[in-house]
Design a protein around this ligand. Sequence first.
Ligand SMILES: Nc1nc2c(c(=O)[nH]1)N[C@H]1C(S)=C(S)[C@@H](COP(=O)(O)O)O[C@H]1N2
Ligand SMILES: [Mo]
Length: 214
Amino acid sequence: MTMPFSRLGAKKRAEGLAADRLPPGQYIPRGWPVLHYGPVPKFDESSWDFRVFGATDGGERRWDWAGFGELPRTEIRADFHCVTKFSLLDNTWTGVATGVLLELAPPASGVTSVMVWAEYGYSANMALADFGGDLSMLVTHRDGALLTPEHGFPLRLVVPHLYAWKGPKWVRGVEYLTADRRGFWEQRGYHNLADPWREQRYSYQESPGDGPVG
Ligand SMILES: Nc1nc2c(c(=O)[nH]1)N[C@H]1C(S)=C(S)[C@@H](COP(=O)(O)O)O[C@H]1N2
Ligand SMILES: [Mo]
């Protein structure tokens, strides 16, 4: 991960914020940085689907683009914290609350965690409770504007209370897990839990029980 922007002015942009508004170590960048591994995928509406699979209660569910567009939509206002230390405050996100999916495609009773899957095999794991958190949402718009391709068009997850790598861009599905498993960055040295307020950045900071072994 690189940081293709300047820290100049970051301090000025943080002036006037309540002291506890930014998680430890975070700063406010200019604009909205783009950060991801690999290329930006092309959206093909005719083959796009969103799948909920794994340990479901009652079977898998799959939506095509038109069907997904019929799901009830809501709006939230939330901050966004990247592990590379930039934070975007007061974003308005529009999309489908993860709670809607959990209702329409309920997990089996033994499900503890989920793996969220995106194009090219990117994945992020999190506790079921984090995925279903009040602010967790599959979003199509930020501040009223459609996501651009580099920010995740047509759909990305945001989980505002965790570091942003837990929110895959170009998201395509959710796998329900009965045992936690590490996702893409979690296998590459990032913390399994990723709470920005506890600065859970790297896997070497994990306590026993924070993550699956291996
Ligand atoms: N598919 C995919 N989603 C991803 C990533 C990625 O590499 N691939 N990087 C994550 C990381 S580390 C961050 S900080 C945010 C950045 O989102 P942005 O580029 O819209 O700022 O996307 C997250 N989602
Ligand atoms: Mo990140």
